[in-house]
Ligand binder design. Structure first.
Ligand code: ITT
Length: 192
């Protein structure tokens, strides 16, 4: 049973995002349902603008409470690239391509960002952001997680997210931070 009166519909085509978010929300007793449709993607450098635009677009033909998430990997020496293009870059040049581009760079600092946007026709859009800082590894390591996990080493760790368990990632990750912020607000709000 989803918690509260209203189930929350997570509009995403990404199964891994849905799985991680659902597991992060378990301690809050908040259950997600999946709306497996493409979100409308604004061309903009900011995950906040992309998430808000996608939510507002989705709410034009949905009466139920909707949640969308925009996330990405931002690499300091590449001025934030791939950022809003993370999904496209992963599908095109991939992890090898990113490692190639970084070969001559001195700093490998990077961060993941997740921005969750939640609202309904009666609840104004609310945004919740989480960031995890770290660095890009020299090689692809590990098989867990998805996307850029095998090349991202979070600060305080020597292992990529691809080498650690989902329970480790779900404590430290950008997604954990954003969804925990959302849940802390949601469980005390009248939206519940
Ligand atoms: P939806 O729009 O349908 O939710 P998507 O995968 O296209 O799915 P985004 O537009 O937010 O979602 O793209 C984020 C991309 O950034 C994602 O496809 C991955 O390549 C990467 N990414 C985001 N979070 C990640 C994570 O936790 N670990 C590894 N890569 C991640």
């Amino acid at each position: 049973m989803p918690s509260g009166k209203n189930p929350i519909w997570f509009l995403t085509q990404n199964t891994n995002k849905f799985r991680e978010a659902s597991s992060i929300l378990v301690p809050f007793n908040v259950r997600l349902r999946r709306l497996n449709r493409a979100k409308v993607e604004l061309q903009d450098p900011s995950p906040e603008s992309i998430a808000r635009f996608a939510l507002v677009s989705a709410l034009k033909n949905q009466t139920r409470p909707i949640l969308v998430e925009d996330s990405g990997l931002f690499i300091e020496s590449l001025h934030g690239f791939p950022g809003p293009y993370s999904s496209f870059v992963y599908d095109t040049i991939g992890l090898e391509g990113i490692l190639d581009v970084l070969r001559r760079e001195r700093t490998r600092k990077a961060y993941f960002q997740s921005t969750v946007a939640f609202g309904s026709q009666s609840i104004k859009p609310r945004l919740f952001t989480g960031i995890v800082t770290g660095r890009i590894s020299k090689t692809i390591v590990g098989k867990t997680g998805f996307g850029y996990d095998p090349i991202f080493i979070p600060d305080g760790s020597t292992k990529t997210f691809g080498e650690t368990s989902l329970s480790f990632k779900n404590v430290k990750s950008h997604r954990a931070r954003a969804f925990q912020r959302f849940a802390r607000w949601f469980v005390t709000s009248s939206a519940r």
